[in-house]
Ligand binder design. Structure first.
Ligand code: CMX
Ligand code: CO
Length: 146
């Protein structure tokens, strides 16, 4: 069951400048940052609020580290902006299989490693009315209770 908006993924040209914009404008602080080589991004997670399922909602700021990464390719066409949305679930395996059975393309055979050791997969934007959609199971068990 999908129980929260886990994050909104925002593509940016300069991660440090964009982090500073969100801090100065809204007061949002960096909760976590990392480089995900497999996804080809340097990223910062800004925690916005905790959610009723024991998890939290974040903004995920993404700077591509390679031009041929998913975010790099997207930015070459679109510039900066909202790249994807992510729903949180206690069980990404079961939920992504159920969604696959409904005829939506799930991009990975098995979920891969996401931010903060979460497990993630993606649904094809062309099957989701133009929205690249990620499903996330957090590593933190408290976020997976619902
Ligand atoms: N949102 C909406 N539509 C998108 C999109 C996005 N983020 N990315 C691509 N598309 C659209 C394109 O506009 C294009 O549409 P048209 O054919 O109408 O022009 C179509 O999808 C195909 O796009 P493409 O540029 O040819 O790109 P690819 O097919 O090579 O890749 C996708 C698209 C979704 C398969 C790829 O971006 C992907 O695998 N994404 C999942 C991984 C990812 O995004 N990782 C970064 C975030 C990591 C994280 O969140 O932790
Ligand atoms: Co994401």
């Amino acid at each position: 069951m999908l129980t929260r908006i886990d994050h909104i993924g925002i593509a940016c040209f300069d991660l440090d400048k964009t982090v500073e914009f969100y801090r100065a404008t809204y007061g949002f602080e960096v909760f976590h940052s990392e480089i995900n080589e497999e996804q080809g991004v340097r990223e910062a997670m800004l925690k916005i609020n905790e959610t009723s399922d024991g998890g939290a909602s974040y903004l995920q700021l993404l700077e591509p580290i390679r031009e041929d990464s998913a975010v790099g390719k997207w930015m070459a066409k679109n510039g900066e902006g909202v790249h994807h949305i992510a729903f949180g679930t206690a069980d990404v395996d079961t939920d992504s299989e159920a969604i696959r059975d409904k005829g939506v393309r799930v991009l990975y055979e098995q979920p891969r490693r996401g931010s903060m050791d979460s497990r993630i997969t993606f649904l094809h934007p062309k099957d989701c009315h133009g929205v690249l959609t990620e499903l996330v199971t957090a590593a933190n068990p408290a976020a997976n209770q619902a």
